[in-house]
Write a protein that binds this ligand. Structure first.
Ligand code: DGJ
Length: 349
């Protein structure tokens, strides 16, 4: 009898606790605050958010925003002559957490660069860009992929790091050239069936590779496709809506803005059709002066998507801003309208 009473009490508390959790997440996610693109965005402690070229992981009811943690001073790397190679020291990868996608708490630098060992791939003089993080249900690991490059962008590789927790510290496993090919601007896409893909600018940016990953997400499976050959696309951001796959990308013009384009396909390793510029409104021909980095589907909302862009400030890179805009679906086509300020509730559909 005593055992049964204890059992019932435990069950009662479990039900009350899990109900309370859900309610908290739901109410916190309906914020009335505005997203203001291009304006300084501060974290919950009042400091400027430093998470560039980023992406978002939704894990156990919380959104985690990972990005490039840039250092204060920007300089021109004179060893690179083909383009204006403005650089800042790479300080590693930062992480911010949020329930409502507007208020972001700084969780720290979850993958730190190395200031002493110049030979390390994570040396602060190297390039550590465009981190993307996904969760692997089978191994229970949080997996990060990022663009790892030498000071002059000739290494063109992708690094992998893992962690048991979304807020670090991540263990760096090293870098590779997926399927033996260059990898610069990159993203990761995890499909509903658990398959994941690394998508990167390769062959000196002239082709966009889609590399399927192994079941543990730590290496390429060996299946890959070459896309948009000789079209020089970078800054890929991939998402899925109603069974169709989308890639938004930019042209290659260093830190300077250019026109975005999107492509659509019936499967990740299938044929992609280039559709044109999804942006509309002020500065739409230059991606609102930004460059794509990620498209987030808001958890639980089948049409709730946010397109994330970086508004680079090439001479003061840490002071680059963020542009977040709703994605509007019109049949299979998409539109990303310029809206200076808007409420997340607008895309909760
Ligand atoms: C454009 C890329 O999209 C950025 O991530 C960065 O690598 C710059 N080029 C460097 O110029």
């Amino acid at each position: 009898m005593k055992r049964l009473t204890i059992f019932l009490i435990v069950i009662f508390y479990l039900i009350v606790y899990s109900f309370g959790e859900k309610k908290q997440i739901k109410t916190r996610s309906h914020t009335s605050q505005l997203i203001v693109s291009g304006k300084e965005w501060h974290d919950t402690s009042g400091k400027r958010i430093n998470a560039h070229g980023g992406g978002i992981l939704f894990y156990k009811g919380v959104y985690y925003w990972y990005g490039e943690y840039k250092a204060d001073s920007t300089y021109l790397n004179s060893k690179v002559t083909q383009w204006e190679c403005y650089r800042t020291e790479a300080r590693g990868i930062s992480c911010y957490s949020s329930y409502n996608l507007v208020d972001w708490k700084f969780e720290g630098v979850v993958l730190e660069s190395e200031s002493k060992n110049e030979k390390s791939e994570l040396s602060c003089s190297n390039v550590l860009e465009r981190p993307k993080v996904i969760y692997n249900e089978k191994t229970k690991k949080i997996v990060m992929w990022l663009h790892v490059d030498s000071h002059d962008y000739t290494k063109a590789s992708a690094g992998v790091a893992i962690c048991d927790s979304p807020v670090g510290q991540f263990k760096y496993l090293g870098s590779i050239r997926p399927n033996g090919q260059m990898s610069r601007d990159m993203t990761i896409f995890k499909d509903d069936n658990g398959k994941a893909y690394q998508i990167c600018s390769s062959e000196n940016n002239s082709a966009l590779y889609i590399n399927e990953l192994s079941d543990d997400y730590l290496k390429p499976s060996g299946r890959f496709t070459r896309n948009f050959i000789n079209q020089f696309r970078e800054a890929p951001a991939v998402f899925k809506h109603k069974g169709k796959y989308y890639i938004i990308s930019s042209a290659c013009s260093g830190w300077d803005p250019n026109q975005a384009k999107y492509a659509i396909s019936d499967s990740m390793l299938g044929t992609w059709t280039m559709k044109g510029n999804p942006c509309t409104g002020k500065d739409a021909d230059k991606t609102f002066l930004g460059q794509s980095t990620y498209v987030l589907q808001i958890n639980g909302y089948k049409d709730g998507y946010i397109a994330m862009f970086d508004k680079w400030n090439k001479k003061d890179l840490i002071n680059s801003r963020y542009i977040w805009l709703p994605v509007i679906f019109k049949g299979d086509s998409i539109e990303i309208p310029w809206i200076k300020q808007w409420n997340i509730k607008m895309v909760l559909r």
